[in-house]
Design a binder for this molecule. Structure first.
Ligand code: NAP
Length: 246
């Protein structure tokens, strides 16, 4: 088990399955005590924790709907109290889609996706930054999407949220760069998870690598961005998409 790059713990939102679960496992493998956030999937989150502990790591499952404005304080307090240290690595991974073409996209679908995929990340970053500034160390990684970089018909709400997340990442990065805190984004392409399970695989013909990515391939990039070695990488958007955005 490696030493974490700081005397702190990590919080990964939406870590009960998919990309978030892989990120939680990867950070724990680097020695971070990890808060495994979930909304509904308690059993799945507890299984991720058990897997991390079986591999010699430390983790705790923490319930919280990130779309709820009151969630950040409770979430951070639960993780900090459990491990007895501040959250010095935050991964905003929780995300949803609610697809439709723009002329028929409902206010409800627009609001739900913007709230979960963009507004929540802002609120969690705001809560994370104060202890990171005190520690003069912090790692924030936001999970955006290739759809924030190039058009995908039927995903106007998701694209707006993910492009907004990139702008938020860049702006926050330059605001806190002097304080030892890095803020970066990853932009996955098509990754094999529940989110893409029902989507036609025809789209894979557009991917230069001609295959879907795995959650582990995204997690490996997040792991690097959260590491001590990534100390001079900030405001960056790392595509993990088999060449789709190239
Ligand atoms: P997924 O398999 O659908 O898993 C989503 C995760 O987010 C679950 O753990 C879910 O928790 C959690 N979640 C959803 N809404 C939440 C909320 N309001 N509060 C707390 N947790 C919430 O999705 P995924 O494919 O792993 O995607 C993870 C991230 O990568 C998302 O931000 C997604 O937009 C992004 N991404 C995915 C792809 C892809 O191809 N899969 C590509 C680009 C970007 P519960 O199960 O407990 O509800």
């Amino acid at each position: 088990m490696a030493e974490p790059p700081a005397q702190g713990c990590a919080l990964v939102t939406g870590a009960s399955r998919g990309i978030g679960a892989a990120i939680a496992r990867a950070l724990a493998g680097d020695g971070w005590p990890v808060g495994v956030n979930y909304r509904a999937g308690r059993e799945a989150a507890e299984a991720v924790v058990a897997e991390i502990e079986a591999a010699g790591g430390r983790a705790v499952a923490v319930e919280g709907d990130v779309a709820d404005h009151s969630t950040p304080d409770g979430l951070f307090q639960a993780v900090e109290a459990h491990f007895g240290c501040p959250v010095l690595a935050l991964v905003n991974n929780a995300g949803i889609t609610d697809d439709d073409l723009t002329p028929t996209l409902t206010d409800q679908a627009w609001d739900a996706v913007i709230e979960t995929d963009l507004n929540a990340a802002f609120r969690l970053m705001r809560r994370a930054l104060k202890p990171m500034m005190r520690a003069r160390f912090g790692r924030i990684v936001n999970v955006s999407s290739v759809v924030g970089l190039r058009a995908n018909p039927g995903q106007a709400n998701y694209a707006a949220a993910k492009a907004g997340l990139i702008a938020l990442t860049r702006t926050a990065a330059v605001e806190v760069a002097r304080r030892g805190i890095t803020v970066n984004a990853v932009a996955p392409g098509w990754i094999d998870t529940d989110m893409t399970a029902g989507v036609s695989t025809e789209l894979l013909s557009q991917v230069p690598a001609r295959r879907a990515g795995t959650p582990h391939e995204v997690a490996a990039c997040v792991r690097f961005l959260a590491s001590a070695e990534a100390s001079y990488v900030t405001g960056a958007v790392l595509s993990v998409d088999g060449g789709l955005a190239a």
